[in-house]
Design a protein around this ligand. Structure first.
Ligand SMILES: Cc1cc2nc3c(=O)[nH]c(=O)nc-3n(C[C@H](O)[C@H](O)[C@H](O)COP(=O)(O)OP(=O)(O)OC[C@H]3O[C@@H](n4cnc5c(N)ncnc54)[C@H](O)[C@@H]3O)c2cc1C
Ligand SMILES: NC(=O)c1ccc[n+]([C@@H]2O[C@H](COP(=O)([O-])OP(=O)(O)OC[C@H]3O[C@@H](n4cnc5c(N)ncnc54)[C@H](O)[C@@H]3O)[C@@H](O)[C@H]2O)c1
Length: 462
């Protein structure tokens, strides 16, 4: 029975843990899918490469606004796809080769399940008998997978998830996306910009409901001008497929006819397929492995990180947690704790959305005194240059100027938000941030400066 000093399950963020400081340890890493995990292969990176292409297409379509008449001759989807995966697939293969070539590392290509304390059964992906593997210490970094509503899963009708939709051979003429969250919003932009007629059918009364309520409402309204948006439209009966291939989706609004179906209704942690409980790991009701602030599970010598345990299914959070686990494996006597006090995020849709901190509804629900300011991109010079009519920076602050939250929707929101992430993380108050630094004129961040200056703060604090 192979025994290792350290066994890591999952090659997404888990693969970043063993570096040269682990050279004198016998490390095993187990992967049942494509080497490198979600972000690299089917998540953040390929989606943003598609989003960039979609942004270029939309820029061309809107160029006439600026007196530059232009049109798109052709969208070469297959070339976009091959460029994206021609870059990514070799990185995955190279990462696997690198680990397999390391003397002190054993790579198991197979599916791991706990069968006891720090004891795993690994079923090889290419068949063969399961191997029992034990470790002095185990790190569970096994991520999450798309959750599929039963009504669709059981229908037998073909559907896509984010795992495979980017590998299609062509852009479907009509694409229906079930869901109204991150993945739905990003792929609606990608596929519509690249030529599909997009329908979004979501369960809730608005899109991106996890955002600040004003941003969600503004985005939902804008989206309805670009896509066929159906709210409170969860599928009510199994979809069907006609002999000509057309898929018919049934929802509260009636039926939707489509050529392809993309399901984006949330992701579920992989703890169930790992038999986490057999390893002594407690699991939350939503499937997340229970961890403490050092990323320790309830099983002695077992850590977990990333989507399988985190309330934030975000790569920057998984990376941070992987660094904490890495440190704590190397320095058990000086453990570090995870700092998820201020977790930012961005949705790379059109327009982009970025946020950090408390939303207006959080302050209201928790009885926190607050003020807000919503500043339009179009109120500053660079916004005029862009002819922007929809972009906003919304700030939420205490009446004394303490910044509580920032919620942006508009071009480059994912980059524009960074100084606000810095301010909120390091406790810079609105007045100091606005007045004690230069803001380059006439650059787009002036919209942040104006939002800060426009907060209706308690005059005593100025
Ligand atoms: C379409 C999409 C776009 C996204 N875009 C962004 C973005 O722009 N920004 C952002 O911050 N986040 C984004 N995310 C989220 C981000 O990808 C995840 O939060 C992050 O990749 C999670 O990392 P992880 O290491 O926890 O898991 P993963 O990277 O999923 O790694 C887990 C690995 O474990 C393997 N595995 C699972 N179970 C077993 C088992 N039993 N045995 C062996 N191996 C196993 C899996 O095959 C996988 O390789 C996106 C996600 C998706 C789906
Ligand atoms: N840019 C990014 O950082 C990024 C991009 C993509 C994904 N992600 C991560 O991946 C996670 C998963 O993304 P996601 O979009 O699948 O989940 P999500 O939680 O963001 O959104 C799920 C959506 O599906 C809807 N829904 C749920 N059940 C439904 C049903 N039966 N019928 C119709 N609609 C239904 C929900 O109302 C919600 O709108 C995100 O929460 C995010 O953490 C991040």
């Amino acid at each position: 029975m192979p025994h290792h000093d350290l066994v890591i399950i999952g090659t997404g963020s888990g693969n970043t843990i063993p570096d040269e400081r682990f050279a004198d340890m016998d490390v095993a890493i187990v992967e049942h899918g494509v080497y490198g995990g979600t972000c690299l292969n089917v998540g953040c990176i390929p989606t943003k490469m598609y989003v960039y292409a979609a942004d270029v297409a939309e820029t061309i379509r809107r160029a006439g606004t600026y007196g530059v008449d232009a049109s798109i001759d052709k969208i070469r989807w297959a070339d976009i796809r091959d460029r994206v995966f021609g870059r990514i697939d070799p990185i995955s293969a190279g990462g696997q080769r690198y680990r397999q070539g390391q003397d002190a590392t054993t790579v198991y290509l197979g599916h791991a399940r706990f069968t006891g304390d720090r004891t795993l059964s690994v079923a090889p992906t290419d068949g063969g008998d399961p191997v029992t593997v034990t470790g002095d210490r185990v790190v569970v970094a096994a991520g999450s997978r798309p959750g599929i509503p039963e009504v669709i899963a059981a229908s037998g009708v073909p559907f896509h998830t984010s795992d495979d939709v980017m590998r299609l051979d062509e852009v479907p003429r009509r694409l229906t996306i079930i869901g109204g969250g991150y993945i739905a919003a990003e792929f609606a932009h990608v596929f519509s910009a690249l030529g599909a007629e997009v329908t979004l059918a979501t369960r809730g009364p608005a899109l991106l409901r996890e955002q600040d309520e004003e941003i969600s409402a503004r985005f939902t309204e804008l989206a309805a001008h670009r896509w066929n948006v159906l709210l409170e439209a969860a599928p009510t009966a199994p979809p069907e497929q006609r002999p000509d291939g057309t898929i018919v989706v049934h929802c509260h609004h009636g039926t939707i006819e489509t050529d392809a179906l993309l399901v984006a209704t949330g992701r579920i942690p992989n703890s169930d397929r790992l038999d986490a409980e057999a390893g002594g790991l407690a699991v939350h009701p939503d499937g997340r492995i229970v961890v403490d602030d050092q990323q320790r599970t309830t099983a002695e010598g077992v850590w977990a990180l990333g989507d399988i345990s985190s309330p934030y299914q975000l790569k920057h959070v998984a990376n941070h947690e992987a660094k904490i686990v890495q440190h704590n494996l190397l320095h058990p006597d000086e453990p570090r704790v995870t700092n998820n006090a201020h977790v930012p995020s961005a949705v790379f849709t059109d327009p982009q959305i970025a946020s950090i901190g408390l939303r207006e509804q959080d302050c209201r629900d928790r009885g926190i005194r607050y003020v807000t300011k919503t500043q339009r991109y179009g109120d500053v010079a660079f916004g005029w240059a862009m002819e922007d009519t929809t972009g906003v920076v919304k700030l939420v602050a205490s009446p004394d100027g303490t910044l509580l939250g920032a919620h942006l929707m508009g071009p480059e929101a994912s980059s524009l938000v960074q100084p606000l992430i810095q301010a909120i993380t390091f406790g810079l108050d609105a007045r100091t941030m606005a007045e004690r630094q230069y803001w380059i004129h006439p650059a787009l961040p002036e919209v942040i400066e104006n939002a800060l200056l426009g907060l209706p703060l308690d005059p005593e604090s100025w």
